[in-house]
Each structure stands twice: as C-alpha cells, then as structure tokens.
Ligand binder design. Structure first.
Ligand code: PHB
Length: 389
C-alpha cells in the first residue's frame, strides 16, 4: 500500500515536472566556436561577421531552440599556418558544439579538414574556397556566404556583354584570388574574351606599384580584380593615384568595395562589381535587418554582416529540426540541406554540396553605397566540382 502510494506520487511529480517548464532542468548552453580574424587586413570583416551573428542571436533572446548560446573566440589572424592548432583548440580544449569561421580561404580549408575528420558541424560565414563545398565537401560542412567562383563567374558574363576583349587580372596569390580569377576567366573566355595577363602578389602584400606599371604598359580594355579588406582599400587608392582609373576601367568581385567605401572615398566612385549583396535592395527583410544592425552597432551593415547573420539563421534552422539536440547530426544536416534561408540578400537555397544558390547582383559605387544596378546572374549555383557525398 505504502509503495503504491509512493509510486503514484512519483508519477504525479513526473507529470507535473514535464508540464511545468519551471520544474524542468534548463537545457545546457550551446557552445559556438567563433574562429575569425581580429587582426590584420581582414580584421574589420571578422568584426562585421560576429556583429551579424550576434544580432540574430540577440533578436531571439540569446537562445536558439531553448539553448542559450555561449561563445568561445579565437583570433585566427588570417594565418593558415596557425589554423589547424586554432581549430583543434576549439574542438578539443573548449569542446565547442559548432564551429563558425572564417574569412580567409586558406584558414577555412584547414578548418574544413578538421571538421571533416572529427564530424564537428562547421558553418563558413565568408571564405569562398571552392574546395570547401567542392572536393572537401562533407555532410557536416555548410557555407552561408559564396564560393570564390560565383562573383567571378558573374563578372565574366557582365564584362563579356560590355564587349571587352582583352582583360588583365590582378589579385593576391592564394586560393581566393586564384579561384575568383578562374571563375571570371571561365565565363569571360566562353563568350569570346581573352585574359591576356594574370598578375598577382603574395597575400597580404600591398606593394602594387610594379604591377600597376605592368597594367599601364599592357593597355588592356579593362581590369578584373579580387582584393578585400585593408588590401582593397589600398588597391583602389593606388589604382586611381597611378592615373589608371581614367584610362583602364576597373571591375572586381564586390569585396573590392564592400565595407571599404569610407576609407576609399572618391577613388571608388563609379566602380562596378558583382556580389550576392547590394545597397538599396529595398526589400522589407533587408530594410528591417539594416535598421536593426545600424541601431545596435551604429554602423551600416555590409556583405560580411549579412553572412554572419545568415550563419546564425542556418544554425537556428538545423537546431529547430532537432529541438536543440545538436547530437542528432543526420536530422540537423538533412533539415538544413533542404532549407530556404530568408536572408537580407534575398532568399537562398543550399546546393547539394552545401553552398548558397543565390542571385549575384551588379552594383555601382555611388557615394558611400554599392548601389544595386540589377541581377547579373540569377540563382547562380557553384558547380561543386569534386564534391562526392
Ligand atoms: C577568402 O579568402 O576566401 C576571402 C577573403 C575576403 C573576402 C572574400 C573572400 O572578402
């Protein structure tokens, strides 16, 4: 009799606890390992990504699917030589549940290798390294940004339509620069254009003078370039100072003028670039995002802020599908793979190799804005070459 009563009481207590959130154990915090550059030529990009990511989390009361978000941060210095150690620290020492990073393609490839080997969920909020969603693709690796191929390919089509014939390219000699130029060349030469010279210098050098002299001597119809962050600021200024802006039109992947216009001033005026974001999209989704970002950070958002925000949205989608239980990897990944992300840039889907399928815009610098001109390439999907999963 006594035992029976105890059992009944226990049953009631259990039912009560289940029905009463106050009686339930709070879900453990979800540890997000943020691996971004806080120093060097890409430092501002890292800050914008983190701002965007935090904005989404804050808009949801600091929690996703009931789990409070805790951050562990590493400054990766955009240094590939330190990347494997840095990512191993986050996984083994800090036991993060998910990795978010980074800006630099070389560092991101090291992250992708460790993520693939350990099965840790990785969301890449910038680095375009084609291999991350190509030969290195994996069920647990996703990108909220772009592949280096995408803006380059779109600009190849744009410049072919403008009837340029001979183009010189100039970039940093590393995965992002090489792949951006390769994407450009693929589309441009398919339409009958010719890349007559490919110039480069090691990342993150900014001694452009000798190369600008070569451009002046080659007299191409136009120049295509990939630079970003602090290097992009200096390149645009040096290009104008060398007198080239008036004689040889400069085009680029949109990183050339994104988050950089305050520092570039009049030297950037009129430049046309291709990117998956633009100022003046004017959609309710983008307007709301821009207002919230400006209010929170007293800054205008850029493409990096959008990619950070969308990395958090992607995490939210996966977590919602598993009710916060990130250990349910297969379900998390399947839900995210099928998702449509309601990004400030416009809605995008995730390709089979886990890269955004998205519109690439043509923009033109006007004052402090990369003003939307139109869509250069609709729903452009990276080919995901070499991805098998
Ligand atoms: C890259 O290394 O992939 C990279 C870096 C900065 C950008 C874009 C791509 O703005």
């Amino acid at each position: 009799m006594y035992l029976k009563t105890l059992k009944a009481l226990a049953l009631v207590a259990t039912a009560f606890a289940a029905a009463t959130p106050a009686g339930a154990q709070p879900a453990p915090k979800l540890k997000v390992g943020l691996m971004l550059p806080a120093t060097g030529t890409f430092a501002a990009l890292g800050t914008a990504i983190e701002n965007g990511f935090r904005l989404y989390i804050d808009e949801h009361g600091g929690k996703l699917s009931g789990r409070e978000i805790e951050f562990v941060k590493v400054d990766d210095e955009s240094d590939p030589a330190k990347a494997t150690d840095n990512v191993n620290k986050l996984i083994k020492r800090d036991n993060v549940d998910v990795l978010v990073g980074t800006v630099h393609s070389g560092v991101a490839m090291a992250m992708a290798k460790v993520a693939k080997d350990t099965g840790t969920l990785l969301i890449v909020p910038n680095a375009g390294a084609d291999a991350v969603t190509g030969a290195m693709c994996a069920p647990n690796i996703f990108r909220s940004s772009f592949s280096n191929w995408q803006p380059g390919y779109a600009m190849g089509e744009v410049m072919a339509k403008k009837h340029y014939k001979n183009v010189v390219t100039i970039t940093w000699k590393y995965a992002a620069g090489d792949e951006s130029v390769r994407g450009f060349k693929e589309a441009f030469e398919k339409s009958g254009g010719k890349v007559v010279k490919e110039l480069s210098l090691p990342f993150p050098n900014v001694e452009f003078q000798a190369l600008l002299t070569e451009i002046a001597a080659a007299k191409p119809d136009a120049v295509y370039t990939f630079f970003a962050g602090g290097g992009a600021v200096k390149f645009v200024k040096d290009y104008a100072a060398a007198g080239l802006k008036k004689t040889i039109p400069l085009y680029g992947a949109g990183f050339l003028t994104d988050g950089t216009l305050d520092a570039q001033g009049a030297d950037a005026e009129g430049l046309q670039t291709t990117l998956h974001y633009a100022d003046g999209l004017g959609t309710p989704r983008d307007n709301a995002f821009r207002l919230a970002y400006a209010k929170t950070y007293k800054l205008q958002p850029d493409v990096y802020a959008v990619q950070g925000y969308d990395a958090a949205q992607m995490l939210a989608v996966g977590l919602a599908a598993v009710k916060g239980d990130i250990a349910k990897k297969a379900e998390f990944e399947a839900a995210l793979g099928k998702a449509t992300i309601d990004s400030p840039r416009g809605k995008f889907t995730i390709s089979r190799s886990h890269n955004p399928v998205q519109d690439i815009y043509l923009r033109q610098v006007s004052g402090k804005e990369n003003k939307l001109i139109g869509v250069a390439s609709k729903s452009l999907a990276d080919p995901g070459r070499g991805c098998r999963m």
